[in-house]
Structure formats: C-alpha cells, structure tokens
Write a protein that binds this ligand. Structure first.
Ligand code: ATP
Ligand code: MG
Length: 391
C-alpha cells in the first residue's frame, strides 16, 4: 500500500472514493454478485450479462472463454470499472467499486489497483516505450519522480525489452509492443492483472512469452484474469471460466464433460440438482435402478464391489470433476456396484436420466468420450467379478 492510496477523499465528496466491504470474502480478489448488464440500441433493450455470480481468489490464474458476443469483454469491463453494471455489486480487492463512487475516483482507484492489457496494445505512438511505461505512475502520482524511469526500465527488462526502451512503438514488432503494454500495466505494481485477448493478435511464440510472464506474476502471488480464444493457453491456467450467452457455466459441468457444446453445458448448469453425503454414506446401491448422471463437485467417492461371503473390493476412487452413473445410463440398467462417499463429505451434481440421454443424443463426441471411460471401468469390474459382468 502506498501513501497515495491512504490519502483521504476530498471533504466535499465524502463517498466519492471506493469503500471497503465488510462482508467480502477474505480470500477473494474479485467478487461479482448478481451482475446484470443491459444495453439499449435502436431495436430496444437487450441483456448481455444475465445475473453473473463469480468469485476469483487471490493468486489464481484464470482464463475466460466463450463465443464471440457471449459477453466476455463486457464482464471484464465490469471488473475494471471501465463500464458499470445495470444491477449487482462488484467487489475488487475488498472494495465496492461502484456504490457511491464517482467516475474520476474510480479511474484513480483503477490506476493503483489494476493492470489492464487489451488485444490492441494502445501504446501512445508519440512516446517511447520507457515513457509509455512511466505514464501510469505519473497519472496516479506513485513513486518518487526520479525513481519512475528507473522502475520503468526495470519493468521493460522484466519483459526483455530494455534495449528498446528509447524506441517509439512503431519501431518494434507487435509482440514487443504487447510486452511493453504488459510492462505498462504493471507500472504501479497492481495485485490484479486483467487482460482481454492479450495474445489474439500475436504469433504463437510471442503468445507463449506473454503467458510465461503471466505465470511469473502468479508465482509472485498476483492474480491474472485473461480472456482468450486459444485452447493451448486455457490449458495453462488454474481455472477456466466459460461464458455462454451472458451466463456462467458451472465449472464442475464443464470439467466433467468438456466435449459438450456450451449451450448444452449451460442447460446442464440450470438443470443440476445438488446433493450432499456424509463420509461413507451410500450414494448408489448395487442393483438399484439408476435415475441420474452424477458429477462430483467436492470430495471423493468409492466404487465398491461386495461379493457374497467375501470381503469388499474397492474398484476405484473418483474425485472432483469425475462422474459416475454413466455405465448404467449408457447401457440402460441397474447399478453394477455400490457407490459411497469416501472419508470426507461429498457434494454431487445430478442430472435426471431423461435430460442426460436427450443431450447425449445430440453430442456424439461426448458419448464417445464417456464410452471410453465406461469401457475402462467395465474392464475393472470384469477383473474383479467375472461372473456378473456380461460383455
Ligand atoms: N457499448 C455497447 N453498447 C451496445 N451493445 C454492446 C456494447 N458493448 C457490447 N455490446 C454487445 O454486447 C454483446 C456482448 O459483447 P462483448 O463485447 O462483451 O462480447 P465478447 O464475448 O467479448 O465477444 P468477442 O469474442 O467478439 O470479443 C454483443 O452483442 C455486443 O454487440
Ligand atoms: Mg471481447
């Protein structure tokens, strides 16, 4: 925290500066509560974000994906305070950034607390890279005057551009311009970096360098939230959030069934029922008719075979974002083993059989992926209990 952030808001506008929120989650750096964003145009009003609840913790590296027009940039603009929500509350770094906050106070707050990177770098063309990086420090009046160029040079060095410090943006490559924009975003040492398709305009090598730098920030305890279209980048983040038509997809659904189309994931997100089980509590009994597809949100389950007059065999243990009930639903039958909670409490998401089957009929690649897992599990059952499992 700097002395600048401790300065009081002017007496004439007592509520102009963002206020700390007392019930904010201590680990969260971003909390969105019931965010609705509507836009109006000639055709009338339309809703781009339809009630988004999102929590991102400190130190997470998060990617956000979704089809063009699904509302990704709008969502980021709610976090950065570049735009404002129609309804709901946004808490960034334990601070409510909208309620009673003037536009100019939010802009200063943003300068000190957030680094922002866009697809098209937006460096000022008349300034050298070094001057571009110094700009945010000048804007929020952070760091001693003499220290600013030293700090800017150190940031350019961090992204490998120290040799180009005195060049104008036009004289370096697009990848290098984006690296300079990242150095500029980090000028005031913000805890949170927000990036909207930062690699969208770059070749793979430059994109890789940028993700590497983001990983480095996360190692230092900073939080990075990045919109991207590139699956090779989402695989490198801790968490992948999917936005579909202005709504968030449940992360257990998207991780359990990654092959589904986004609209089907959203359908499941709305359909799922949550259920909790105590340690060792039975979830499914052998020979019971299976009426749901189950996805594990928290904890572990044990798939157990109990043969008459012999000890039980634990066939497998399944953890978060794995599923069960699949064998029976795909083959249409009864449970072939007992499934129970492990030694910790378990939370599952359940989809009714008819809904699961209807969506599977429309998603052959999901059926194929689930079938492969089913085959593997049947193999395990066969080895454990050869008489009962037919081919
Ligand atoms: N300022 C605005 N006024 C009116 N409509 C807007 C405004 N900003 C965005 N929209 C509309 O909101 C919807 C979501 O836009 P947004 O830019 O958030 O999508 P996106 O997911 O970022 O898409 P892309 O992948 O193409 O960048 C679109 O239909 C867009 O036309
Ligand atoms: Mg966008």
């Amino acid at each position: 925290m700097t002395t600048a952030t401790k300065k009081r808001a002017p007496q004439t506008q007592p509520k102009a500066a963002p206020q700390k929120v007392h019930d904010a989650s201590p680990e969260a750096i971003i909390e969105m509560r019931g965010i609705v964003k509507k836009f109006s145009n000639a055709a009338g009003e339309f809703t781009v974000l339809k009630g988004v609840d999102l929590m991102i913790n400190k130190g997470e590296f998060v990617s956000i994906v979704g089809k063009s027009g699904s509302g990704k940039s709008t969502l980021l603009n709610m976090i950065t305070g570049i735009d404002h929500p129609t309804e709901g509350q946004v808490i960034v770094n334990h601070t409510d950034i909208y309620t009673g906050v003037s536009e100019s106070a939010r802009s200063k707050w943003r300068g000190k607390n957030l680094g922002i990177v866009f697809q098209f770098f937006q460096l000022l063309p008349m300034l050298t890279l070094l001057e571009n990086v110094m700009l945010p420090m000048d804007y929020v009046d952070m760091y001693d005057f003499d220290l600013r160029p030293v700090r800017a040079l150190a940031l350019l060095e961090m992204v490998g551009l120290e040799k180009f410090a005195n060049k104008l943006p036009v004289l370096v490559s697009t990848g290098q311009q984006q690296l300079a924009a990242i150095a500029r975003a980090m000028a005031c040492d913000p805890p949170l970096l927000i990036a909207d398709e930062p690699t969208g305009n770059l070749d793979t090598r430059s994109a890789d360098t940028i993700i590497h730098i983001f990983e480095h920030f996360v190692e230092q305890g900073k939080t990075v939230v990045m919109v991207t279209h590139d699956p090779s980048l989402t695989s490198r983040t801790d968490r992948n959030i999917i936005l579909s038509d202005g709504e968030l997809i449940d992360e257990t659904v998207s991780r359990s069934l990654p092959q589904l189309r986004h609209r089907h994931m959203l359908e499941f997100t709305k359909l799922v029922q949550r259920r909790f089980y105590q340690p060792k509590e039975t979830i499914l009994s052998r020979d019971e008719t299976v009426s749901h597809f189950f996805m594990i949100r928290k904890g572990n389950v044990e798939v157990v075979l109990q043969k008459p007059r012999s000890k039980e065999t634990i066939l497998s243990r399944l953890g978060a974002h794995e599923f069960f009930g699949d064998i029976e639903l795909l083959r249409g039958g009864k449970s072939i083993a007992n499934v129970r909670a492990g030694s910790e409490p378990v939370e599952v998401l359940m989809i009714p059989r008819e809904d699961f089957s209807r969506v599977m009929d429309e998603s052959p690649i999901t059926v194929e992926a689930v079938s492969k897992i089913v085959q593997k599990r049947l193999e395990q059952h066969r080895m454990a209990d050869p008489r009962r499992v037919k081919r």
